[in-house]
Write a protein that binds this ligand. Sequence first.
Ligand code: HEM
Ligand SMILES: *[C@@H]1O[C@H](CO)[C@@H](O)[C@H](O)[C@H]1NC(C)=O
Ligand SMILES: *[C@@H]1O[C@H](CO)[C@@H](O)[C@H](O)[C@H]1NC(C)=O
Ligand SMILES: CC(=O)N[C@H]1CO[C@H](CO)[C@@H](O)[C@@H]1O
Length: 501
Amino acid sequence: MFSLHPAILYGIPLLSLFWLFHLRSARSRRSLDAIPAVGSTSPILYYIEAFRFLTRSDSVLQEGYNKYKGGLFRIPRFDGWRVYVTTPELVEEIRKAPDDVLSFAEATNNEIQITYTLGKNVHENGYHVPIIRSQLTRNLAVLFPTIRDEIVAAFNDIIPKEAEKDWVEVSAMQSIMQVICRASNRVFVGLPKCRDPAYIKLNTSFTLDVVFGAVIINLFPDFLRPLAGRLFTNLDKSIQRGINHLKPIIEERRKQRQEYGLDYEGKPNDMLSWFMDEADANESTIENLTRRILTVNFAAIHTSSTSFTQALYNLASRPEYIAPLREEINAVVAEHGWTKTAMQKMRKLDSFMKESQRFEGLGATSMSRLALKDFVFSDGTFVPEGTILAVASGPLHHDGAVYPHGSNFDGFRFANIREEEGEGTRHQMVATTAVYVSFGHGRHACPGRFFAANELKTMMAHIVSSYDVKFADGMLPVNTYFATACVPDRKAKVLFRKRQD
Ligand code: HEM
Ligand SMILES: *[C@@H]1O[C@H](CO)[C@@H](O)[C@H](O)[C@H]1NC(C)=O
Ligand SMILES: *[C@@H]1O[C@H](CO)[C@@H](O)[C@H](O)[C@H]1NC(C)=O
Ligand SMILES: CC(=O)N[C@H]1CO[C@H](CO)[C@@H](O)[C@@H]1O
């Protein structure tokens, strides 16, 4: 190890920030003239506004939405103007644009610097996406008992035994991340690795390494980024730790394949096996398989944990939902047992989870796309090549014209619609639309959402059928925003007690 003089440590990123900002914004400022800006377009105020967005993205977006509803608006970000759309029609136009015009992959790469964080191979080859979308989803019924087993075991380990008799405090966010990491990795890499505390720690911290690493790498001009990635982030170390965990497992499975053939008896039915089945020669190396497993964890753990924490906070601060949910869960389980089918029949539960995502969700925006070519919306709005566009999903999801009383939490909103309209699937949690973009919409809509919805509903059904939950003061904890990411209160404690009736 060596240490850098602080002047260099902070000086280089600051200088490059300045450099980057001037080039990028000078390039894009001219041609975005037709799109109205939130805040001032003068250079100094630009910075102030960009700073404000770091912690107040929800209100800045709401301000833009209120003023320019029906069209588009732009907001200063440190790396240039960002353009946001406000209507379902414009969302549809983003959805329909081909990948070589509005690119999901390049927007993501810009945001999290995939090449230097998750790995070059992950950016260039997305073979995990169809495996998640089809293989994982197809196997949900078969894997259901396994997933539920891990969920029940994890909650039993985390919620203290005293909860049998009395209310006990549980640190919600940390505990939930633990449960989700175990349940997801039961399906990604199997037992016993999914319960290894060091592996769990790696998976929960890896996401932060990527996110903070990307913020730092983003401060540098392109040619310094590989160096910045190595000097200023933990990523190399994290990948190496991942390799140490997975190498023996991969080697053992390779041996079985060589001796007994590709479909050897006892072959685990999990993500790692599917990856090993589908990977080409480059992707079959231990390092690249490890990067792929870490990538799936990156996509799955914090997203699901955020969503579930919000739902749990909503439940604990609104205890009137517990009885009707419990009634539905008991009735459905009595008929279908603990199965994937049962999870699909729990409409009130599905609605509650979906409403939580509508109301809060991962962030204030969704569906980021980088324009690889100039793009013209049907209303004539011109967006030049190089611009990043997104949906102002926070304000859209709260718009009273789209969702009646949109600023109120109504846990059974979607169940009631399904009851009235008498139709099955259009309003369920996993169904994306132009006004429900928590999982995105269209070609790149989250391929893991069927898995996620099943896992989160199974967790919530387990809690509701086994415990009473509440907050000591009855108050709903407050979300904070870091840029567009919505972060639930990480310190809030939920009280749990085994059901007494
Ligand atoms: C509640 C939990 C989750 C939420 C809210 C969520 C949300 C999202 C969103 C908003 C996108 C981008 C869609 C777009 O821009 O159009 C996305 C993409 C993605 N998600 Fe999820 N996600 C969740 C869980 C998961 C899980 C559990 C997995 C894996 C098992 C996963 C894997 C992915 C992948 C691989 C992509 C990229 C798709 C592509 O490259 O086309 N997600 N997710
Ligand atoms: C990983 O994959 C990339 C491209 O898919 C390949 O160039 C590289 O050699 C592989 N890396 C390792 C360490 O196996
Ligand atoms: C493996 O990676 C190398 C270097 O990145 C690339 O040239 C080659 O086409 C890749 N092979 C396959 C089968 O994708
Ligand atoms: C569940 C778990 O082990 N969480 C850990 C994940 O990693 C972060 C950061 O390293 C730790 O603070 C958590 O305790």
